[in-house]
Design a protein around this ligand. Structure first.
Ligand code: MRU
Length: 330
């Protein structure tokens, strides 16, 4: 397991969330005592990354159950915290099936969700790394590592496993505007473990693909529709288009909880839009003319036709389509 500091720590009567907004310069744990506080931590991006917010939400339900608070209200406030990553809804649905619905049983389920996520990531790491050539050079986007999951990571888990297996030459990682998950978090994880990484401005990826030999673009996912269309951090679609134009392969790495078979295609996936200020300001300082409008979708959808492989803990789907996905997920 990775040595990176843990983003989600259960502490008997509170949930500690590593505040990812201040990394890499400060390591601060936020104490959450209720589902509402966890929901705020998710909404405000203290904890982020599709699997991590599902895990945090599961523990949030335990906090309210410990205090005898209404289950439905706790579930509602958590479900409304962020819209795109389906892992959140998946975790809440799994928690709802727990019987009896008491704090101890809910805690056992939340702990299981947390532990299973790590095991799934380790498996996906092996499967994904096996697709890479020796001395692979890859590009990844956003943060999909131990900080975004129950440990090891999805796309970054493949990069970790490839490094451990001696298959990785270099991982370029995008800055990931506007929250800079790549510059602050992915670079932090890679540097901590001595994995060769290089930071890339988001807009430099197509130029890099045109001027250097890149083997794979490797990304995570926030929701995968029944036909394989994949929602992930804004900028993923542009990377997929550039990859196809330059003959670079494109891999999506996500556990089965990230698939949403109720969405027939990417058009049905809700895309979160966040405040314009995330673009017009940087840490409270204006970087655009005062009052200037901004459009800030924080996810986009990559059509399945641009994806060469989806790596899931249940197996690898090459050239994904609805039939292959239905067969894998049973
Ligand atoms: O807005 P974020 O930081 O929660 O977005 C995270 C991503 O888009 C990741 O790529 C995704 O959750 C998949 S892998 C953990």
């Amino acid at each position: 397991m990775s040595s990176v500091v843990q983003p989600i720590v259960w502490a008997k009567d509170r949930l500690q969330l590593l505040d990812q907004r201040v990394l890499p310069h400060a390591v601060v744990m936020l104490d959450c005592h209720s589902a509402a506080e966890v929901a705020k931590g998710i909404h405000d991006m203290a904890v982020r990354g599709a699997p991590a917010i599902g895990i945090a939400a599961a523990y949030g339900l335990v906090l309210d159950a410990q205090q005898g608070l209404d289950y439905d209200s706790a579930e509602r406030v958590l479900a409304e915290s962020r819209p795109t990553a389906v892992n959140l809804r998946w975790a809440l649905e799994r928690m709802r099936r727990v019987q009896p619905r008491d704090a101890a049983s809910l805690l056992a389920e939340a702990t299981a969700i947390h532990a299973e996520d790590l095991a799934q990531n380790l498996r996906m790491g092996e499967l994904g790394a096996a697709l890479l050539p020796l001395a692979a050079t890859v590009i990844t986007h956003c943060n999909t590592g131990a900080l975004a999951t129950g440990g090891h990571g999805t796309a970054l888990g493949v990069i970790r496993s490839a490094h451990a297996a001696g298959r990785l030459k270099l991982a370029y990682n995008t800055e990931t505007r506007p929250w800079l998950q790549g510059a602050r978090l992915t670079a932090f994880e890679l540097a901590q473990e001595g994995i060769p990484g290089k930071l890339l401005a988001d807009g430099a990826a197509a130029h890099l693909m045109s001027s250097e030999s890149i083997d794979w673009v490797i990304v995570g996912a926030d929701r995968i529709a029944a036909n394989g269309d994949t929602a992930n951090k804004i900028g993923t679609y542009a990377l997929a288009l550039a990859a196809r134009a330059h003959g670079v392969k494109f891999m999506v790495v996500a556990p089965s909880g990230t698939f949403d078979l109720s969405c027939p295609n990417g058009g049905a996936i809700p895309i979160e839009e966040r405040s314009a200020r995330e673009l017009t300001e940087f840490r409270g300082t204006a970087i655009a003319p005062g009052g200037y409008a901004a459009y800030n979708p924080v996810f986009d959808v990559t059509p399945a036709a641009l994806i060469d492989a989806i790596v899931c803990e249940r197996g690898v789907i090459e050239q994904p389509d609805a039939a292959k996905i239905a067969a894998l997920l049973g």
